[in-house]
Design a protein around this ligand. Sequence first.
Ligand code: PMP
Length: 419
Amino acid sequence: MIQDPTRHPEASAAVDLAALRADFPALDQRVHGRPLVYLDNAATALKPNVVIEAVTQSLARDCANIHRAVHTLSARATEQYEGSRETVRRFFGVRETAEVIFVRGATEGINLVAHSWGREHVGRGDEVLITGLEHHSNIVPWQHLCDSVGATLKIVPVQDDGDVSLDAFSRALSARTRLVAVTQASNALGTILPVEQIVRLAHEGGAAVLVDGAQGAPHLGTDVQRLGCDFYVASAHKLYGPTGVGVLLGRRERLEEMSPYQTGGDMIRSVTFEKTLYAELPHCFEAGTPNIAGVVGFGAALRYLEAIGFDVLGRHEQELLGYGTQLLRGMRGVRLIGTAPRKIGVLSFLVDGIHPHDLGTMLDTEGVAIRTGHHCAQPLMERFGVPATARVSLGLYNTRDELSAFARALVKAQEFFGR
Ligand code: PMP
């Protein structure tokens, strides 16, 4: 049997998996009588104690609204909320905290840009360029925008291995391209896109670029200044933080040319019935009482990841990805979809004669949690001629032993279905 890396001298030198796993209380449970093997990290990642404690502290002790009151609890809550903004700034290499806008998640960040920037800068006959790999969250807002203003949504095709070439990208760019919206990494196939080069090409043609970092941020150390993009979005819950919170990172020049997305309290400088003056960045894009405890937990999650470091985390995940790929390639009747040379820890696959949903249900009875379905990427599924796939997605706490347990459960499912 393949050993757990906690018992591998080489691997344990890189990451102390046993200690790390002890940080995640959800891992310490049985599902249908079996130890939980959680391989659905691309959907949402489990939460470490530091995040749970930060959220609890925010709700239990520092419970007040932010920015408004002079009392101590409000001052504490404000300090923590704004402290998380500084953590986000540092984590993503953002120039200034004014460029960090808290939103509900990647989806809301994209919608904000589509509504505020899009409606003012994309017009009739213009083009918005996305790739065939995108999550519905990075398709539908642009489709909706294009329909509303009379622009065209153009798609860069996906190759058979699940990659997108820079050549195809260059060919799809045109003088009418106003905005390019691309994922940093595909949630369905794992493909990592050459975002830095894409940004350079788009900027040469005069287009702005939004990077959907929902899947890239948890796996790749991201410096938005190095990427050079105009907008970047991410969701806290995929970064081991709480649900219902995320960020839009925007270059000041772009944010300053946008109208507010939502209006109301907390985003104003002064209000009369005749005229409202809006607050400065970033507050003008944060109307209403935000998810304070969520933002505080988000900050704790990013500090947790910083302490581990993306070099260590990346090496561990790549090693696991290699092992998982090798396991699946060695199994009869299994077809991997998405074999691009650069991938995050995502393995999308089909098993002959077993519908992905049946497979997912069978694996659950063995305690193994995987995702099955279209992964909110229906056009991509159509590109590969399948309605759904089964997907293993790795997180920082996964082990070789867990992948071996997954493979054993898969063989058992094949036997059950007589395959
Ligand atoms: N983009 C990608 C690539 C994703 O994987 C996801 C979530 N699955 C999203 C966007 C949307 O993220 P959220 O639901 O957290 O807004």
